[in-house]
Design a protein around this ligand. Structure first.
Ligand code: CA
Length: 235
């Protein structure tokens, strides 16, 4: 790999020995690596420079990893790997919807870390084409990642396949969060001139979308049913 083409990784980690071990392995794998020893400094670096990926420890002096993750995600569309010392922290990460792409529990092997870094970088490159892209093409809500121009949906980093109409309906709802739409309104918005369909089509499509994006389709956290009215995407 040419040095000017190296992808850059920011490691935000206060334990120097761990940070240096991670850096050494990633450098051997061909990445350019920068270290930041506390949360505030790491956040500042992540925002001022275009890193390709961030590895972020949760327990940090200054600003904790949860806050750093949230702040980076507000302005950067790059993979964020959270590193947690405890299993229950990892559970918390998955529940919080901070916009992290993955988390690794300590201790982990350097080869596991390198493998995950590589996987996330290639996934992002695939999603974004060149590897950089404006945030507006992507809708990120909790575990859900919708790439509008690539017409792809990821749930917890895993791709789910959508038909065209399912995709259009999901994007329409996600772009109008917290607004209630009747089935009739949704039908007209998505199916437009295709008068051969009927309103029940909306119900069928909502059911299919839920099966793909909801952790528990029976108690949806994204698309809520507003009884007697219609549906609402909860942001
Ligand atoms: Ca730490």
């Amino acid at each position: 790999m040419e040095s000017e083409n190296k992808q850059s990784i920011l490691i935000i980690e206060d334990e120097e020995a761990i940070a240096e071990l991670e850096r050494d392995y990633l450098e051997q794998s061909g990445y350019r690596v920068e270290l930041a020893g506390d949360g505030s400094l790491g956040l500042a670096r992540a925002l001022e420079e275009d890193f390709d990926l961030v590895i972020l420890d949760i327990m940090l002096p200054g600003l904790d990893g949860f806050s750093v993750c949230k702040r980076i995600r507000e302005s950067k569309n790059i993979p964020i790997l959270l590193v947690s010392a405890k299993k229950d922290e990892a559970d918390k990460v998955s529940g919080l919807g901070l916009g992290a792409d993955d988390y690794i529990t300590k201790p982990f092997s350097p080869s596991e870390l390198t493998a995950r870094v590589r996987a996330h970088l290639s996934r992002y490159a695939r999603l974004t084409g060149s590897g950089s892209r404006s945030v507006s093409d992507v809708i990120e809500i909790r575990s859900l990642h919708i790439d509008k121009s690539a017409r792809r949906v990821l749930v917890n980093g895993e791709e789910r396949l959508f038909t065209n109409k399912e995709f259009d309906l999901l994007v329409f709802l996600a772009e109008h969060p917290n607004q209630v739409f009747s089935k009739d309104e949704l039908f007209r918005a998505i199916w437009e001139m295709e008068v051969v369909g009927e309103i029940a089509t909306v119900t069928v499509h909502i059911k299919k979308i839920r099966e793909k994006i909801e952790p528990v389709p029976g108690s949806p956290q994204f698309i809520e049913t507003i009884w007697g009215v219609g549906y609402r995407f909860k942001a």
